[in-house]
Design a protein around this ligand. Structure first.
Ligand SMILES: Nc1ncnc2c1ncn2[C@@H]1O[C@H](COP(=O)(O)OP(=O)(O)OP(=O)(O)O)[C@@H](O)[C@H]1O
Length: 599
């Protein structure tokens, strides 16, 4: 219930008074509907089915007028009023339906944007602890279930109002009969709680199935090259077949609950009405006209109970999605590192150094296995610092801490002696261009991918950046040049071309700190040499931190930091570290094979 109210409150914040306006409108529609039904009584009366002395207050007065008119006039009057009521109701209904769609779509977009914004503003730690496919599932499947669940909840509220109005009208016609129908309805609803409970349990299964589907599909399509080259297609198809079986069972179970509940309501309604008619005729010798009335009231009121029950089942099935999305929004809020989008943040200018002071960090708070321990490093401004070490030594973790993506459990990062805090974090990040090991290129043109970094860059600036990253040559040879589409994650380019393109993009931002995390690993000697020349030209102009796969990339580094098992084992200028006998760096230099593979 808490989760349901959370999103109903969001709907209220989003749509405001308009929801109440709609609810009132719906009530009006039901009132008109009720009145139209009410007209059946004089109609039945002039047709001779029901006598004018059945004993209802308003009908009696109204019947007086009707009886004063000739039969054809009375019929025309009743039909005229009926037509006005139904047309009025239909016109109002049409407008409210359209408004409903507008509110519904707007609300989906509102929740979508809120959730996406919250995700975007969460810190890096939030992302490394979650499956991306779960986030995708929340933003697609769960989001749809939540927004339609919220609307079903509103329909349910409107349904209650409808029912109350119809109960009022029915009570007017026959209090005894109405009380009897209500008691029967409540009794039947009490025993049908089991359907609601089962719907909720199945809703949980729906969520799990949705998560596993998106997760599986994402994994398979991301790893399609491995799947194809290792002939794993059949095992993946088998996985989907098993999933499909579970999905079919879950759908069937859900349909069974709904069908059983409808069946239960229908059979109980027939039993109740049969029992009541027998009781009325055999015990109380009720007149035929009163029986018509009984059937009329019962047939109007009973479907309302059925519809309330069906709404409750649908809401129960959506509850797990409400829970997931609400928890996601709350977790994002707790992990929030960005207040605004960051567009108006000014980049910081580090004059002397970026430092790690006594930094220790572990990924898993349950097991204190340090990824970095007692790290003290100083990255001098406008110099090149190389970070090397074996695979898993902690190089990327150090970079993530220096960028403020990860917060150390001990120690701190400082910029010119000023500690890095949530207040100056974005300024630091705005001054950095980072080229990761597996760069992000999206499915668009080369131009779109470059403009992602600087939307206002001119054609000349784009080519300048491409030239710098030794990419101008290959881009100009492409038939569509800058407008060539590069496919998902740049799949239509070679690994080396992707790396050079991402480097060009990084440079376009004119950063004061450039971080390359094994950014030249996929380049051939010729292109690596070109990038090397470009980096040489940048030396002294900006701060560079380079995690190098090949030691040749860092031969001009002013500082070398060697990490092993999360600790700094060597640090100093290139010649000093290279000269330390028996040190890891000199071993790497002396052994080009191990150097190329590990460093
Ligand atoms: N998200 C994570 N959760 C848990 N442990 C992690 C995570 N990322 C890295 N680690 C662990 O932290 C340690 C340091 O990893 P890191 O990625 O910093 O190494 P690296 O030197 O950059 O390695 P490589 O050169 O292979 O990229 C490793 O033991 C790794 O298993």
């Amino acid at each position: 219930m808490e989760h349901l109210l959370y999103f109903t409150k969001q709907l209220h914040t989003y749509a405001g008074k308009i929801i109440y306006f709609n609810l009132i409108g719906m009530t009006l529609i039901s009132l008109l509907d009720g009145l139209a039904i009410f007209l059946l009584i004089p109609l039945l009366s002039i047709s001779g089915i029901l006598s004018s002395s059945t004993g209802f207050s308003l009908p009696t007065a109204f019947l007086g007028v009707i009886n004063g008119l000739p039969k054809s006039g009375a019929l025309l009057l009743i039909m005229g009023i009926y037509l006005v009521l139904i047309s009025g109701q239909s016109i109002i209904q049409r407008n409210f339906n359209l408004r409903d769609v507008r509110i519904h779509t707007g609300f989906i977009n509102h929740v979508r944007l809120e959730t996406y914004r919250a995700i975007m503003q969460a810190n890096w730690d939030f992302f490394i602890k979650r499956r991306k496919s779960d986030l995708i599932n929340s933003l697609t499947d769960e989001l749809g279930r939540v927004t339609s669940g919220t609307f079903i909840f509103l329909q349910f509220a409107a349904s209650i109002v409808f029912t109350l109005i119809q109960v009022g009208i029915a009570f007017w016609l026959s209090p005894m009969m109405t009380i009897f129908v209500i008691i029967c309805g409540l009794a039947v609803s009490y025993f049908s709680r089991v359907f609601i409970k089962r719907s909720k349990l199945l809703g949980q299964e729906t969520s799990e199935l949705g998560r596993s589907y998106i997760g599986g599909m994402t994994d398979h399509l991301n790893g399609i090259k491995d799947i194809k080259s290792n002939m794993l297609e059949q095992s993946r198809i088998q996985w989907l077949m098993t999933w499909c079986q579970k999905f079919a069972q879950e759908r069937l179970a859900l349909a069974r609950i709904s069908a059983n509940s409808q069946l239960y309501f229908k059979i109980s309604s027939s039993l109740i009405i049969a029992f009541f008619i027998c009781l009325s005729v055999l015990l109380f010798q009720t007149q035929g006209q009163q029986l018509v009335l009984v059937v009329l009231i019962f047939s109007r009121l009973w479907p309302r109970f059925t519809s309330i029950q069906s709404n409750l089942e649908q809401i129960a099935a959506a509850i797990p999605a409400f829970k997931t999305l609400m928890e996601l929004q709350n977790e994002c809020r707790e992990a929030r590192e960005i207040r605004e989008t960051g567009d108006f943040v000014e980049p910081v200018q580090i004059m002397e150094r970026l430092e790690c002071r006594d930094v220790s960090f572990f990924y898993n708070t349950n097991e204190e296995r340090y990824a970095l321990q007692d790290i003290n490093v100083s990255i001098p401004s406008k110099q090149m610092t190389a970070v090397i070490g074996k695979s898993g030594a902690g190089k990327s973790t150090l970079i993530d801490i220096l960028m403020g993506l990860l917060q150390p459990q001990q120690g701190q990062v400082c910029m010119d002696g000023v500690p890095l805090t949530p207040d100056n974090l974005l300024s630091l990040r705005k001054s950095i261009s980072y080229v990761p090991q597996d760069p992000f290129l999206f499915n668009g043109s080369i131009r779109d991918n470059l403009l992602l970094m600087d939307a206002n860059a001119t054609e000349e600036q784009l080519w300048e950046a491409l030239e710098f990253a030794a990419s101008a040559d290959f881009v100009s040879k492409l038939p569509q040049g800058l407008d060539t589409m590069i496919g998902d994650r740049g799949v239509r380019l070679s690994g080396g071309e992707r790396q050079r393109l991402v480097l060009a993009r990084a440079i376009l931002r004119k950063p004061s700190i450039l971080i390359l995390d094994e950014a030249t690993s996929a380049l051939d000697r010729e292109n690596e040499a070109k990038i090397q020349e470009a980096l040489d030209r940048l030396q002294g102009k900006l701060t560079m931190i380079v995690i190098a796969h090949r030691l040749s990339t860092i031969r001009k580094a002013e500082q070398v930091i060697v990490i092993d098992e999360g600790k700094i084992i060597q640090m100093g200028d290139y010649d000093q570290v290279a000269g330390e006998r028996g040190g890891m760096f000199s071993t790497m230099l002396g052994n080009p094979i191990s150097g190329a593979v590990n460093a």
